[in-house]
Design a binder for this molecule. Structure first.
Ligand code: ADP
Ligand code: MG
Length: 380
């Protein structure tokens, strides 16, 4: 895979696919500029090398073929210029556009273009005609085979990875191929069905697998434990039993839990005392202490999925206790997932995580052992 360093940018125009898919407030203002900051280094590197940039990104989920004012990237141009510390010119149409060295053009939402989602090679060639080299930097979109992500890497101009994509892949290697052990995986979230491949892959790699959230209920039920009225997926029983067998001896499931209901205070109970009407909404304090102990021994930690209904303070305690243990440990820690990041931010420890991934879906697919189309196309 080529990177920015493989090219002499003097006088060259880079067509950069980046991820400016930021949350917008009701008035159209950028509500969180983290993704703009993450996208800036690649554009700055091209400018510093004497080149110019044509920047492509999607924003939200518009209907293809129709321009939707509410999802126009025009709203992001000024904030992106702030992040870059460099002027940005917004171009509503990308026909007959030509950037100049030293300039940054931001094109309209790629998902307005017919053929973007279908990975159309004709559309990709029209993108390629805008510059000399394609720079793929949208890690958060790398798991989607769309024209500006995948087909553009095969559209007739050289292609390479940008700063952010390169950095994210190096972080992922630390939890997949260059692991410093002991390696502890922490997994939670609502449904086990969305994360089966991830759990299988991680069961094979981790020294200890810590489980909470709704997926713990499904695993407990598959092991014959009464989980009452908790969120558990009965149809996932066979798959859950497969994971119990695969990770046997390395799997940590809750030994106590907090039961309750939304908007109500919780009650801590041992597993043996779960009644048919009980709903498990967090791990208990003994489990949290045991999990924290395992984390303290780790040299590498990967985490996706809150361990309880963290949106409600009554059920956020388990996630927060384990989050503090991760922050306090000397281990390299990689976390990702929108809800996981929200939970760790709420626990006040996000700044003490080694790497917070900018791509939840892309990270999960990579960790599940799947090839990312936007990365595979660069290797070809
Ligand atoms: P991420 O976005 O980090 O990948 P998920 O979307 O998979 O995480 O899971 C987060 C959701 O799981 C949160 O809304 C949380 O409330 C929910 N959740 C966690 N534990 C439970 C539980 N025991 N019962 C119901 N929902 C839960
Ligand atoms: Mg989520």
């Amino acid at each position: 895979m080529k990177t920015l360093a493989d090219f002499n940018w003097q006088g060259k125009i880079a067509v950069i696919r980046t991820d400016l898919n930021v949350p917008l407030a009701a008035n159209g203002e950028v509500a969180d500029s983290a993704r703009l900051d993450a996208a800036a280094p690649t554009v700055r590197a091209v400018l510093a090398g004497g080149g110019g940039a044509v920047v492509l990104s999607h924003l939200g989920r518009p209907r293809e073929g129709a321009a939707d004012e509410a999802l126009s990237l025009k709203q992001v141009a000024a904030a992106f210029a702030d992040a870059l510390q460099h002027p940005v010119n917004f171009c509503p149409s990308f026909e007959s556009v030509r950037a100049a060295p030293g300039g940054v053009l931001l094109l309209e939402n790629t998902r307005f273009n017919v053929g973007e989602k279908a990975n159309d090679s004709n559309l990709a060639r029209r993108y390629a005609a805008l510059g000399d080299v394609f720079v793929m930097d949208a890690f958060a979109s790398a798991h989607r085979a769309e024209a500006s992500v995948e087909a553009l890497a095969r559209a007739g101009i050289p292609a390479c990875a940008g700063v952010l994509l390169t950095y994210e892949l190096i972080q992922l290697q630390r939890v997949t191929s260059r692991i410093v052990r002991p390696f502890v995986g922490i997994f939670g979230g609502a449904k086990i069905s969305t994360k089966l491949a991830l759990l299988r892959q991680m069961a094979a790699l981790c020294d200890t697998l810590i489980i909470g959230g709704g997926m713990a209920n499904t695993l407990l039920a598959a092991a014959g434990q009464e989980v009452g009225a908790s969120l558990a997926q009965d149809d996932m029983r066979a798959a859950a039993q497969g994971i119990l067998a695969e990770a046997d001896g390395r799997l940590m499931l809750p030994q106590d839990v907090v039961v309750g209901a939304r908007g109500q205070p919780g009650r801590e109970v041992a597993l043996a005392d779960i009644a048919p009407a009980d709903c498990i909404l967090d791990i208990g304090s003994a489990s949290a202490a045991q999990y924290a102990g395992a984390v303290a021994q780790a040299k590498t930690v990967v985490w996706n999925g809150p361990l309880g209904l963290f949106e409600e303070p009554a059920y956020a305690g388990g996630t927060a206790a384990v989050a503090r243990a991760v922050a306090d440990s000397a281990a390299y820690s990689l976390v990702g997932g929108a809800d996981t990041i929200a939970a760790l931010r709420a626990a006040g420890v996000l700044e003490r995580i080694s790497h917070v991934s900018t791509g939840g879906g892309a990270m999960l697919e990579y960790l599940a052992g799947k090839s990312l189309p936007g990365v595979a196309a660069l290797a070809a």
